[in-house]
Each structure stands twice: as structure tokens, then as C-alpha cells.
Design a protein. Structure first.
Length: 216
């Protein structure tokens, strides 16, 4: 089964970012943009100084993963940059999750709900039929280059089964440590969208790495 691949710009070469943007435009499916605030997660990545410029060059959809305490503060700005997909963490939204999904939909943006590996996957069940996609973190949010947590495969299968049981159409995205050794199991588990950083941008042949992840 073929899936879509979203190369993570966090792992790109920021001294030659335009080259990596061209790579994703040509060979990738989606730009994945990790925004970290140093509070929800123990790291700071990049903000609108990068997103504003990338938006001018991106020919593929942009998927922004907000790892921030107050994701709702940035929805309108992301819309103004033409971002098509935005995910935020359940750990940050909690009882406001449905409200945030509605706000994104009102802005014409596809809404995703993300969870870290230590959050029970059942926390996502109330938003099946509301969210457009779910982001299962297969490492702990905050840093690239971590090892894949294999329990994530079972979490994908559990979520996929519940989505199908309810007759919903939400996509499942996985982010963290995805490589040649685990991607087939993820595809078989029902993943629709794979985020990959190091596997793509540190490959000798990034375009072929994307093909491998996609399963074609």
C-alpha cells in the first residue's frame, strides 16, 4: 500500500534550505513543519521567519505540527501563510480540543490532533469524525533523530480499527524515527502519512528514500 511522505524541514540543511525545498517540491508529497516553543516540549525550533519564506516557495501542501502550549494563538497567522494542515497536541488542548478543531475548520484548514507516546491512544477516540487526521508520535516530541518506539505500530492499529468501526475517514500520520526497518510494518498497520526527517535529508539519495518510504 502506498502512503504519502512528508519530509520534515526540521532535519533539512538550513544553510541550503532552498535546495531542500526544491527536493520536496519535486519528490515529496507534503512539507512537514515542526514548531516548538520550549515549554510544551524541551526544545525550540523555528517560527514564522522560516514559514513565511518557505510558503513563497512551497508547491506542495504545508503540514504544521504545533508543539506549543497555546496553539490557538497561531491559527490565523498560519492561514495567512496558506498552510493547509495544522496539528496540535492533545496535551496542550485537553478539554478545548473540539473547539480548536472547529476553529481550524472555520479557517479552511484541515485539523489534526497529536499525542506523545505516553498518552493513551484512546484519548483520540472522542475526536474521530471531527478531526481530519491524527498524529501518532513514534518518538517523544521535541527532538529529531530519536529511535522509533515500536509500540507505536500497535497504537496505529488500534486507532485505525476504531476509525473503521465508526465509519469515519480520518487519516493517520506517524512522526519519529521512521526508516527502512519499520516503514513496512507501519504501512501494514494502516498509516496514511509518514513524516520523515533524517531518513530523507541525511540519505545519499533523498528522492529514492522518499520512494522507499512511500512503498512504490
Amino acid at each position: 500500500m502506498s502512503v504519502q511522505v512528508a519530509p520534515s524541514i526540521l532535519a533539512a540543511d538550513f544553510l541550503h534550505l532552498e535546495d531542500d525545498i526544491r527536493l520536496v517540491n519535486k519528490s515529496g508529497d507534503i512539507f512537514h513543519l515542526d514548531v516548538m516553543d520550549g515549554t510544551l516540549v524541551p526544545n525550540i525550533s523555528f517560527g514564522f521567519s522560516v514559514i513565511d519564506q518557505l510558503a513563497k516557495k512551497a508547491e506542495r501542501p504545508m503540514d504544521v505540527h504545533l508543539m506549543v502550549v497555546h496553539p490557538e494563538r497561531w491559527f490565523e497567522k498560519l492561514q495567512s501563510d496558506g498552510v493547509q494542515m495544522v496539528s496540535f497536541h492533545w496535551e496542550a488542548s485537553r478539554c478545548r480540543t473540539s473547539r480548536f478543531i472547529d476553529r481550524l475548520h472555520a479557517l479552511g484548514i484541515k485539523a489534526g490532533v497529536a499525542i506523545d507516546p505516553d498518552v493513551p491512544v484512546k484519548k483520540l477516540f472522542p475526536y474521530i469524525g471531527k478531526a481530519d487526521y491524527f498524529l501518532i508520535m513514534s518518538v517523544f516530541a521535541g527532538f529529531g533523530g530519536q529511535k522509533f518506539i515500536y509500540d507505536s505500530i500497535d497504537r496505529v492499529m488500534t486507532l485505525k480499527a476504531e476509525i473503521e468501526k465508526r465509519g469515519a475517514t480520518a487519516l493517520i500520520e506517524v512522526d519519529g524515527g521512521v526508516n527502512a526497518g519499520n516503514v513496512q510494518a507501519l504501512r501494514e498497520a494502516g498509516v496514511d502519512l509518514i513524516v520523515a526527517g533524517s531518513t530523507v535529508f541525511r540519505s545519499d539519495n533523498p528522492a529514492e528514500a522518499i520512494k522507499m518510504l512511500r512503498g512504490v
